[in-house]
Write a protein that binds this ligand. Structure first.
Ligand code: GNR
Ligand code: NI
Length: 168
C-alpha cells in the first residue's frame, strides 16, 4: 500500500472532470486501497480520486468513529435528492479551512462497486454531505465554490496566510 500526495488548492488539476471507469481490474483495486490508506493517514472522512491526481470517477469514504466502515463508489450518480442541511465542511485540499455549506439532506446514489457490480444507496445526514462533497471533486468542483464571493475570498486569504506562516 502507498500513501498518495493530495493536491492542494488552487492546483488547477483539482478542476479536472473525472472520466467514467470502464475497466474493473487490479489497477482499480490498487487505486482504491491506496486511496483508503491516504484518507486514513490524513484523518479524512472521504477522498476523491481527483485529489490524488487520478481523474477517474472513484471515491472512498468512512465516517465511522472506529474507522472501520469503508465505502468505495465507482461512477456515482445522484438519482434523487431531498431537503436541505447546513454542515460545517473541511477538505484535505484546504487544510485548516472550514465553512458552512448547504446541501441536500438526503440523496439516492447509484454507483458501482470495485468489481463493477451496481449498488444503490439511500444516504442522509453527514454521510450524504460527504458523498456530495466527494462527487463535487469528481466534477472539478470544490466546497468553497458553494460560498458567496465575500465569504470565499475571506477564507482563501486565510488559507494564504496560514501557508505563509507555515513556510516562513
Ligand atoms: O475529511 C474531510 N472532512 C469533511 C468534513 C465535512 C464535510 C466533508 C468532509 S470531506 C473531507 C475530506 C475531503 O477533502 N474529501 O474530499
Ligand atoms: Ni475535499
Amino acid at each position: 500500500m502507498t500513501t498518495l500526495d493530495i493536491l492542494q488548492f488552487p492546483d488547477p488539476r483539482l478542476r479536472t472532470k473525472a472520466a467514467e471507469v470502464t475497466v474493473f481490474d487490479d489497477g482499480l483495486r490498487q487505486l482504491v486501497e491506496d486511496m483508503y490508506e491516504t484518507m486514513y493517514a490524513a484523518n479524512g472522512v472521504g477522498l476523491a480520486a481527483t485529489q490524488v491526481n487520478v481523474h477517474k470517477q472513484v471515491l472512498v469514504a468512512d465516517m465511522s468513529e472506529e474507522r472501520d466502515q469503508r465505502m468505495a463508489l465507482v461512477n456515482p450518480r445522484i438519482v434523487a435528492r431531498q431537503g436541505e442541511q447546513v454542515y460545517q465542511e473541511g477538505c484535505l485540499s484546504f487544510p485548516g479551512i472550514y465553512a458552512d455549506v448547504t446541501r441536500a439532506l438526503a440523496v439516492v446514489v447509484e454507483a458501482q462497486d470495485v468489481d463493477g457490480q451496481p449498488v444503490r444507496l439511500e444516504l442522509e445526514g453527514p454521510l450524504a454531505v460527504c458523498i456530495q462533497h466527494e462527487m463535487d471533486h469528481l466534477a472539478g468542483k470544490v466546497f468553497v465554490d458553494h460560498l458567496s464571493g465575500l465569504k470565499r475570498s475571506i477564507l482563501l486569504k486565510r488559507l494564504e496566510k496560514q501557508r505563509k506562516a507555515a513556510t516562513a
